[in-house]
Design a protein around this ligand. Structure first.
Ligand SMILES: [Zn+2]
Ligand SMILES: [Zn+2]
Length: 274
């Protein structure tokens, strides 16, 4: 059983609950460690991120909670960072590198906001070519390979968020696959840990986690390091779908997940029923 979640939001960004409520929920869910991964501020106003001025208070609040829960629940101070963010990464226990914002022609768009926005950015920024959008998106992921502080690759194919109902992308097209595999190879070579992210399931957008089964199998073939995380925006979701994600990982050829221990990532066997 997986007893750690490193992908957690709270009232400090776009989560629904306080840090303390998330920690209590983690204990109730049987977790032994919890990492908070606040959304890094962006170079433009964003309702879903922390504001730059609040970072010192966020840090203090997480550290205070870490001390309060010592011996009961290990708490880590993390961040979910976008390549466009200017937020310094020093001082975080670990960093998840995630791309929520796609760039082209000097313009940008969120990739996970609404189906309408997805349709619009493919039309306006990429002349209607979903493959071209995927190439731009995965190129941004590829750039995370060079960012040393980034330990975890967040929701690698987030751009497919609405595809179970809207089918904006063809993940089997040669261009989509080549772009994804190219980014994957760079990130695996840089020894990044890929997350299996259940967040879109708990929020009702998808029935399957990120990355897709096909991409997970490619990761399995490459003996990539993986972790399982909930991308929890509410206390009820702090370990959402972990048993199913573990079963999927086993099905895709994995025998272990990598857990953060306060210093680095260590392997933990899965599938043993423990
Ligand atoms: Zn994210
Ligand atoms: Zn997140």
């Amino acid at each position: 059983m997986i007893r750690q979640n490193l992908h957690t939001h709270s009232e400090w960004d776009d989560g629904a609950n306080t840090l303390e409520e998330m920690a209590q929920a983690a204990i109730s869910a049987g977790l032994t460690s919890l990492g908070f991964s606040v959304h890094s501020y962006m170079p433009f106003p964003s309702f879903w991120t922390i504001e730059e001025a609040r970072i010192p208070d966020y840090t203090r609040a997480v550290h205070r909670l870490r001390d309060e829960f010592a011996g009961t629940l290990a708490i880590y101070h993390g961040a979910e960072w976008d390549t466009l963010s200017k937020m310094p990464l020093d001082g975080y226990d670990y960093v998840i590198g995630s791309i929520h914002h796609i760039q082209a022609r000097g313009q940008g768009s969120c990739v996970d906001n609404t189906p309408e926005m997805t349709k619009q950015y493919i039309a306006e920024l990429f002349d209607g070519s979903a493959d071209a959008a995927a190439e731009a998106y995965f190129a941004q992921y590829e750039s995370l390979a060079k960012v040393e502080k980034v330990g975890i690759v967040g929701h690698f194919d987030l751009l497919t968020k609405f595809d179970e109902t809207d089918h904006f992308f063809d993940a089997d097209s040669p261009r989509f696959r080549a772009a994804a595999i190219r980014a994957m190879d760079a990130l695996v070579a840089a020894n990044k840990v890929f997350e299996i992210n259940t967040g879109a399931i708990s929020r009702g957008y998808r029935t399957m986690p990120y990355p897709s089964r096909a991409l997970l199998k490619e990761l399995g073939r490459r003996k990539a390091r993986i972790t399982v995380s909930a991308d929890a925006h509410a206390a009820s979701d702090v370990a959402f779908g972990f048993a199913e994600a573990e079963a999927l990982a086993i099905d895709c050829g994995f025998t272990e997940v990598w857990q953060f221990d306060g210093r680095g990532f260590v392997p933990t066997p899965i599938g043993g029923g423990g």
